[in-house]
Ligand binder design. Structure first.
Ligand SMILES: Cc1cc2nc3c(=O)[nH]c(=O)nc-3n(C[C@H](O)[C@H](O)[C@H](O)COP(=O)(O)OP(=O)(O)OC[C@H]3O[C@@H](n4cnc5c(N)ncnc54)[C@H](O)[C@@H]3O)c2cc1C
Length: 477
């Protein structure tokens, strides 16, 4: 049973609570019938548990009233953006009400001179990027899912994306939040300034809290200047160790890569036959690097990148000279997800991260794991931050195979933690990693987290069963 689930109702809503809920939301902004609720039972994790109701607030005061109603009737609330997370974080496992923020989706104000934008939680990331681009600006968190992930979901998961190579993850690009705690209190955090030394930093606390402490209603986002010059480089190496050595050289540049993605040998093998220009025979890893700079610096900085990419094991280095060429170089990365889907009916997809210098050891562990289990393991990802997406492929209809894949994931987690790494670089904990969180965060520290949870959400109504309070999985030797 998850944190805050104790005493929580998982039975259908009473007639009285349904009537009260109906009075809070007009019919076109609520579902109380199973068929309307069903699409909100699952997320991209493919786990599912139907809610009793779904509501679509469009104003702060509606969320306050909803949270007070939920406390009165002890009904779980599961905040939801667009359900693109991979960990089951927005699956309503305890029933209750899904709070879909998708219609709270206005850009409140945009201040290019101050490089900030105020947005409601349900604005899709892609819209933020489009508005910012118009003024030569960029919001650095750019998950590959930008078109179907919200600002609220991005902040709740502390998401990032390819541009994290240069800019890091979302926490650095939010100046303040308006949120409603699980107690129904309106919490206004931060300031509209880039520097702010007043009070406890509740913004940082709420970012990454996965809807377990408060419902994010509005965010003040910090933007950065968007470099007008861009080029892409594609480097093929003999093996993944040589590619990782090049990544460490790139990390030493003062004007380092904006984006740096790795495909290991297995990933490259999947897409190589379709690539143009072709990948040289014997290539066992590929790096895709974007250089983004002021056009006056672009050539010099690109050359520094080419130098860093050179070195032992480099088989081929290409530079895109225009956008169509750039698209061609990036085709490898884009082809990967569909190719993986064709290859196996099941995949355990983890987004572990290790300190960059430990990447070679992580690669060694992955090779051992594949050899020992006989499972196909395909890895790629935002490698400049030590973050790898490890895909453990298996037959989803074969219970033995599924068991072996789950066992392999738990060995992977143990090795990653031995290397000083983290279970998740960007996807968060949700349901899927909750049993492993105690491996990374000790009991005393979890106790402090539980106390924080009790302050924000005393009745435990917000997103029960996620992140904290789940019994630890047995840890392999
Ligand atoms: C193809 C694909 C590519 C992806 N690429 C990336 C990537 O590059 N980088 C990356 O980091 N992630 C990536 N993701 C994962 C996912 O898109 C992110 O986790 C995203 O931030 C989730 O946003 P969402 O709006 O869909 O939130 P949801 O999935 O609906 O919710 C995620 C979590 O946030 C909580 N939440 C949502 N909105 C609020 C709110 N307003 N207040 C409080 N809590 C809230 C939910 O309760 C849940 O715990 C990818 C997913 C897919 C399917």
């Amino acid at each position: 049973m998850g944190a805050g689930l104790s005493g929580m109702r998982t039975v259908p809503l009473s007639a009285e609570s349904r009537n009260e809920l109906s009075a809070l939301f007009p019919p076109e902004r609520r579902h109380l019938d199973p068929s309307g609720c069903w699409p909100y039972a699952s997320d991209n994790s493919r786990r599912e548990a139907p809610p009793d109701a779904v509501v679509f607030p469009t104003a702060l005061k509606e969320i306050v009233a909803l949270v007070r109603w939920a406390n009165k009737h002890r009904v779980p609330l599961t905040p939801r953006g667009l359900g693109s997370n991979t960990t089951g974080a927005s699956v309503p496992v305890a029933g209750g009400v899904v709070v879909s923020l998708e219609r709270l989706a206005r850009i409140v104000s945009f201040h290019p001179a101050d490089r900030l934008l105020v947005a409601e939680a349900g604005v899709p990331n892609r819209r933020i990027q489009d508005v910012a681009r118009g003024a030569g600006l960029l919001w650095p968190p750019d998950p590959t899912s930008a078109a179907y992930a919200t600002v609220g979901g991005n902040l709740a998961t502390h998401a990032s994306g390819p541009h994290a190579a240069r800019y890091g993850a979302s926490r650095r690009y939010v100046l303040g939040l308006t949120a409603v705690s699980g107690a129904g209190t309106v919490v206004r955090t931060g300031a509209r300034t880039e520097k702010n030394s007043v009070g406890y930093d509740l913004t940082d606390l709420l970012v990454g809290s996965e809807g377990t402490l408060a419902i994010i209603v509005e965010a003040t986002l910090a933007l950065v200047p968007r470099p007008a010059g861009r080029t892409s480089l594609r480097a093929c190496y003999k093996g993944v160790r040589e590619a990782v050595a090049a990544v460490l050289r790139l990390r030493a540049l003062t004007h380092g890569p904006a984006v740096c993605e790795l495909l290991d040998g297995a990933a490259l093998g999947l897409v190589a036959p379709d690539l143009a220009p072709p990948v040289p025979a014997g290539a066992g890893a590929l790096l895709l690097v974007d250089v983004e700079e002021d056009p006056r610096l672009l050539e010099a900085v690109t050359r520094l990148h080419e130098e860093a990419l050179g070195g032992e094991g480099l088989l081929d280095l290409r530079r895109a000279h225009d956008e169509p060429e750039r698209e061609t170089l990036w085709a490898a990365r884009r082809a990967l997800s569909p190719a993986l889907r064709r290859l196996a009916s099941g995949k355990v997809n983890e987004d572990v991260a290790v300190p960059a210098s430990r990447l070679p050891e992580l690669i060694g562990h992955l090779e051992d794991l594949a050899a020992r289990t006989g499972l196909r393991i395909v890895s790629f990802g935002h490698v400049a931050n030590g973050n790898l997406h490890v895909n453990i492929l298996h037959d989803a209809d074969d219970a033995d195979d599924r068991g072996r894949a789950a066992e392999a994931a738990s060995v992977l987690f143990a090795r990653v933690l031995d290397l000083g790494g983290t279970l998740s670089g960007e996807h968060g904990v949700g349901l899927a990693k909750a049993p492993y969180l105690p491996w990374q965060i000790d009991a005393e520290t979890r106790g402090v987290m539980a106390s924080v949870k009790a302050v924000f959400d005393p009745a435990g109504i917000l997103n029960p069963g996620k992140v904290l309070g789940v019994p630890a999985a047995p840890r392999p030797a």
